[in-house]
Design a protein around this ligand. Structure first.
Ligand code: PEP
Ligand code: MG
Length: 537
C-alpha cells in the first residue's frame, strides 16, 4: 500500500480505479525540407484548433457557466496573438517542424508568463500550455483527449481549464493533482461537483498507476494506492457514514434556523459570481451574506462598465427573489491583483493599498460600482458592505458619498429600494472601536480570514505558517465577542462571513455570542442548520 498526502479542497471519501491524465507528447525536432508545406500544416492546425475551441466554448457555457466559458475564449485569442504565432512561424521558417516549434515557443512564453507578478498574467501560462498542447495533438495526430471507460479517480500533474471541461463529469469520483491550489480550476470544479479532491499532493504521475485501486480521503487529506484490507474496510465505513450524514442533512432543507432555546440565526451563503446562484439555491441558503465583487473585475483587461456591473448584480438580486443580498464593494489589492488598476509593487501588500483605500482615493471606480449596486437595489433586497475599514472617518466619508450617489440616481428618475449600509470588521482596529463604528452603520460582518491574519500577524497566504495560523486563538474569540456585544448595544445586527462562520465546532459559541447571521460556502448551509436546530444554546 502507498500512502500519501495533499491539501483537501472538498470533503468526502472516494474509492475507485486510477485514470492517469498525462500529456505525454513526445515532440522531436525534425529538420523539414518543405518549409511552405510545414507552414500550411501549421495554419490548418490553427483553424482546426479554433473550431474545436468554439465547440468547447458552447459546451462549457451550457454545462458550467459564463465564467469558465470565458477562459476558453481567452485561449482562442492566442491563435491570433502575433508574438505567439509569429514566434512559431519564424522557427518553422528556420527549418524546424511545426509541432516542435509550437512546443518550444509555447514553453518559452508560458514560462515568461508564469514568472510575472500579476496573478491574471501568471494564469495565462496555463492557457498558453493548453493551446500549445491542443496544436501539438492536432499536428501529431495523437488521440484526442482522455477517456474513462468506467467511473474512476483522475490523477494528474494539474488540469488545464479546457481539460477539465472536456471530462466526462458523470465518471469522475475524485481528483488528485500534484500541482494546483485551493483556487485552481480543478479545485473549483471539485467544489462545484461536490467530489472529494486533493491538490498539492506528493504523488508520482506514473502511467503504471492506471487501473490500480485508490482511496481519496478528502476529510483528512490522505490518499491510499493498493490499500490493504484494513484500510479499505475503514475507509468504506467512513464513506458510508459520510453518505448517510449527507442524506440526513436533507431533513433540514426549508426548516427555520432556530436553536432549542429559540435563538434564531440567519444562514447565508458566500459567492463570487452570478454563476454561483445555482449553488445558493441548491444549498438552501436564506440569503447572500457576501458577494465578493472583486471577481467581477478579475480575469479581464479593462474596467467593467456600470451597465456590466449592474447586469451582474441584478441577476443575483432577482434570482434571490426578495431575500437579502449583501454586496461587498471592491476588495482588490494584496493577493487579488489586476493589471489594469496599475497598482505599484509594494513591500507589504496585505498592509498596503487595498480594498476601501483604493475606492476612497479613486472615486471614479467607486462611483461606477455604487451606481450599479444602487440601480440593482430596485430588483430585491440589497445591502452594501465595505471592506478593510479602520476608522469612523472612513465610514463618514463612505456614507456621504453613498448618499450623494443615491441622490443623483433619484434625480435621474431611477427607482431605488432602501439599502442597508454595513462594514466588514476585519482589522483589529475596527474590532477594538466597534462601539464607535456601530453608531454609524446598519450592520457588521466579521471577516475572520483577515481578522485572524492581522491579529496574529500571520500572512494567510503563506503555507509555511499553516501550523501557526490559529483561527480559534483566544484573541480572535475575544474580539468576536466584543464585536457582537458592541453591535447589539447600538441596536444593529452582526454576522460573520469569514471561513470561521462555517466551522461547525464553533456554531454553539457563535450562538452564545449572539451572532445574528453566519455566511458560509453554499454547501455548508444544511450542516450549519442542523447544528443550530440541535443546539441547546
Ligand atoms: C475575510 O477576510 O474573512 C473575508 C471574508 O474577506 P476575504 O476572504 O475576501 O478577504
Ligand atoms: Mg477580507
Amino acid at each position: 500500500m502507498i500512502k500519501g498526502t495533499g491539501r483537501p479542497v472538498y470533503e468526502g471519501v472516494a474509492i475507485g480505479r486510477i485514470f492517469v491524465h498525462s500529456k505525454a507528447h513526445t515532440v522531436t525536432n525534425r529538420k523539414c525540407a518543405d518549409i511552405s508545406r510545414e507552414l500550411e500544416l501549421f495554419n490548418e492546425a490553427k483553424e482546426k484548433a479554433r473550431a474545436e475551441l468554439e465547440e468547447l466554448y458552447d459546451k462549457t457555457l451550457r454545462e458550467i457557466g459564463e465564467e469558465q466559458a470565458g477562459i476558453i475564449e481567452v485561449q482562442s485569442l492566442f491563435l491570433d496573438d502575433l508574438d505567439y504565432i509569429e514566434g512559431i512561424e519564424d522557427m518553422i521558417k528556420q527549418g524546424s517542424n511545426a509541432a516542435f516549434s509550437v512546443h518550444e515557443i509555447g514553453d518559452a512564453q508560458a514560462s515568461a508568463f508564469a514568472a510575472l507578478d500579476d496573478e491574471y498574467m501568471k494564469a495565462r501560462a496555463t492557457d498558453i500550455r493548453d493551446i500549445s498542447d491542443r496544436l501539438i495533438r492536432i499536428l501529431t495526430g495523437a488521440e484526442p483527449g482522455f477517456r474513462m471507460e468506467e467511473p474512476g479517480i483522475i490523477v494528474a500533474e494539474d488540469l488545464t481549464p479546457s481539460e477539465t471541461v472536456a471530462l466526462d463529469k458523470d465518471k469522475i469520483l475524485a481528483f488528485v493533482t500534484r500541482q494546483g491550489s485551493s483556487n485552481s480550476h480543478t479545485a473549483i470544479l471539485a467544489r462545484v461537483m461536490n467530489i472529494p479532491s486533493l491538490v498539492l499532493t506528493d504523488i508520482d504521475i506514473d502511467p503504471q498507476l492506471n487501473g490500480r485501486t485508490m482511496i481519496v480521503d478528502g476529510f483528512a487529506g490522505n490518499y491510499y494506492i493498493d490499500p490493504d484490507e484494513e484500510t479499505l474496510a475503514a475507509m468504506q465505513d467512513k464513506k458510508k457514514r459520510a453518505g448517510e450524514y449527507k442524506a440526513g442533512l436533507e431533513n433540514y432543507r426549508g426548516k427555520p434556523s432556530v436553536s432549542k432555546s429559540g435563538r434564531c440565526v440567519k444562514l447565508f451563503a458566500n459567492i463570487g459570481s452570478p454563476d454561483d446562484i445555482k449553488y445558493v439555491i441548491e444549498g438552501d441558503a436564506e440569503g447572500i451574506g457576501l458577494l465578493r465583487s472583486e471577481f467581477l473585475y478579475l480575469g479581464r483587461d479593462s474596467f467593467p462598465t456600470e451597465d456590466e456591473l449592474f447586469e451582474a448584480y441584478r441577476k443575483v438580486v432577482e434570482a434571490m427573489n426578495g431575500k437579502k443580498v449583501v454586496i461587498r464593494t471592491l476588495d482588490i489589492g494584496a493577493d487579488k491583483k489586476v493589471d489594469y488598476f496599475n497598482l505599484e509593487k509594494e513591500e507589504n501588500p496585505a498592509l498596503g493599498y487595498r480594498g476601501i483605500r483604493i475606492c476612497l482615493t479613486q472615486k471614479d471606480i467607486f462611483r461606477t460600482q455604487l451606481r450599479a449596486i444602487y440601480r440593482a437595489s430596485a430588483y430585491g433586497t440589497v445591502a452594501i458592505m465595505f471592506p478593510m475599514i479602520i476608522s469612523v472617518k472612513e465610514v463618514e466619508e463612505i456614507k456621504s458619498f453613498c448618499a450623494q450617489i443615491a441622490g443623483e440616481l433619484e434625480a435621474e428618475g431611477v427607482r431605488l429600494n432602501p439599502v442597508e449600509l454595513g462594514i466588514m470588521i476585519e482589522t483589529p482596529a475596527a474590532a477594538v472601536i466597534s462601539d464607535l463604528l456601530a453608531e454609524h452603520v446598519d450592520f457588521f460582518s466579521v471577516g475572520t480570514n483577515d481578522l485572524t491574519q492581522y491579529t496574529l500577524a500571520i500572512d494567510r497566504q503563506n503555507e509555511k505558517l499553516d501550523a501557526f495560523y490559529e483561527p480559534h486563538h483566544e484573541a480572535i474569540m475575544r474580539l468576536l465577542k466584543l464585536i457582537a456585544e458592541n453591535a447589539h448595544k447600538h441596536g444593529i445586527w452582526a454576522g460573520i462571513c469569514g471561513e470561521l462562520a462555517g466551522d461547525l465546532s464553533l456554531t454553539d459559541e457563535f450562538l452564545r455570542m449572539g451572532y445574528d447571521e453566519l455566511s458560509a460556502a453554499p454547501s455548508r448551509i444544511l450542516q450549519l442548520r442542523k447544528n443550530v436546530i440541535e443546539s441547546e444554546v
